[in-house]
Every structure is written in structure tokens, then in C-alpha cells.
Design a protein around this ligand. Structure first.
Ligand code: AMP
Length: 189
């Protein structure tokens, strides 16, 4: 299973990715997590990413794409993967497409978690209190949602036109959404 998860910040991609990764026995690759662990370790990549993350902006494609390309070369990704947070714009989506073409390993599906703007705002404000993430402050949340609409949402139509898009509602309990996702994926694979 080679899967991409798409949805606005706070839609539950990270949580669902963990459960789906355990179900399909494939790695969960989260670009946000990779940036955060680099930041914690004080690596040059982490410091480079920080200036963008703190503002709710995307880290430049050159940095992000190279990082993901290296991660996908690791041995555990050979049997499949779940990408969470990449691609996040049309250039990244084209980069992934080219990578998969070169490797002759097409994507299995792109799973979109759909959720209303209001629900997202309230979830992110709650997460800000629980996780103390610096990029979950109100003004940065607003910017991250704008960036999602402007730069990430267009990849949904791209994947729809490629015939890869599956949409599931992101409203419900974690377990309900996992089951919904697995049923939807079973129908295509
Ligand atoms: P996330 O945990 O996926 O919400 O990502 C947190 C932050 O990391 C984002 O707001 C961006 O600053 C950065 N980031 C994560 N994934 C990407 C990506 N694919 N392209 C550019 N920046 C990213």
C-alpha cells in the first residue's frame, strides 16, 4: 500500500496515519514530525525549517522534497508507506508522481479527510492547549489554514483527475474514522 493522506491541519491525519500504518504494517512518514525531531535535535535542517514553521508557512520545496526522497529510499519504505503532510502543494505532488514513475511503483490511493473550517479551528485551539505546539497559536493557525486553502487544497483536484482520490469524513471517533478509511481503501485495492 502506497498511500498519501491529505486534509487540513487538525483533521486527524497524524493520528489516523499511526493506526493505518499499524494495520497495513508500513511506515508512517510525517514531514512535520521529521522537521520537529530535527528541530529538537538542533540540526541545520531543523533550524532551517523553524523560521517557516513558526510563521505557519511551508518549508521550501527544495529542502522538503530532498528530505522525503531520502526517507523513501530507506529499506522500510520498499513495501509501502503512508505519507502524512507531503505532498502539500502541486509542485510536491508532481515531484512524487515523477519519483513513483521512476521507481515503477504507482501510488495506491490518496485519502482525503474532509472536515468543516469551524470544526478545524476549534480542534486546533484545543490541541494548542494540550500539546503546546508553537505553531498552534491563533494567528498562526489562521495562516496555516490559509496556506492549506491556497497551496494544498489544489492537490485534491489533481489527485481526483488522476483517479486516485478517496474522501472520507473526518468527523467521528478515532476508531470510526480508521474503520471508515480501511473500508474505503478496501474498495479500491
Ligand atoms: P504538520 O505537522 O504536517 O502540520 O507540519 C508542521 C509544519 O511543518 C508545517 O506548517 C510546515 O511549516 C512544515 N511542513 C510539513 N510538511 C511540509 C511540506 N510537505 N512542505 C513544506 N512544509 C512542510
Amino acid at each position: 500500500m502506497r498511500l498519501v493522506l491529505v486534509g487540513p491541519p487538525g483533521a486527524g491525519k497524524g493520528t489516523q496515519a499511526q493506526f493505518l500504518a499499524a494495520h497495513y504494517l508500513i511506515p508512517h512518514i510525517s514531514t512535520g514530525d521529521i522537521f520537529r525531531s530535527n528541530l529538537k535535535a538542533g540540526t541545520p535542517l531543523g533550524l532551517q525549517a523553524k523560521t517557516f514553521m513558526d510563521r505557519g508557512e511551508l518549508v521550501p520545496d527544495s529542502v522538503t522534497n530532498e528530505m522525503v526522497a531520502a526517507r523513501l529510499e530507506e529499506v522500510d519504505a520498499a513495501q509501502g508507506f503512508i505519507l502524512d503532510g507531503w505532498p502539500r502543494n502541486v509542485v510536491q505532488a508532481h515531484t512524487l508522481r515523477a519519483m513513483m514513475l521512476t521507481k515503477k511503483t504507482p501510488l495506491s490511493a490518496v485519502l482525503e479527510f474532509s472536515i468543516s473550517h469551524e470544526e478545524i479551528l476549534s480542534r486546533l485551539l484545543t490541541r494548542a492547549q494540550v500539546e503546546q505546539r508553537l505553531d498552534d497559536k491563533a494567528e498562526i493557525i489562521t495562516r496555516r489554514l490559509e496556506v492549506y486553502e491556497e497551496q494544498t487544497a489544489p492537490i485534491i483536484s489533481f489527485y481526483r483527475s488522476e483517479g486516485l482520490l478517496i474522501s472520507v469524513s473526518a468527523i467521528g471517533s478515532v476508531d470510526e474514522i480508521t474503520q471508515r478509511s480501511i473500508s474505503a481503501l478496501n474498495r479500491v485495492s
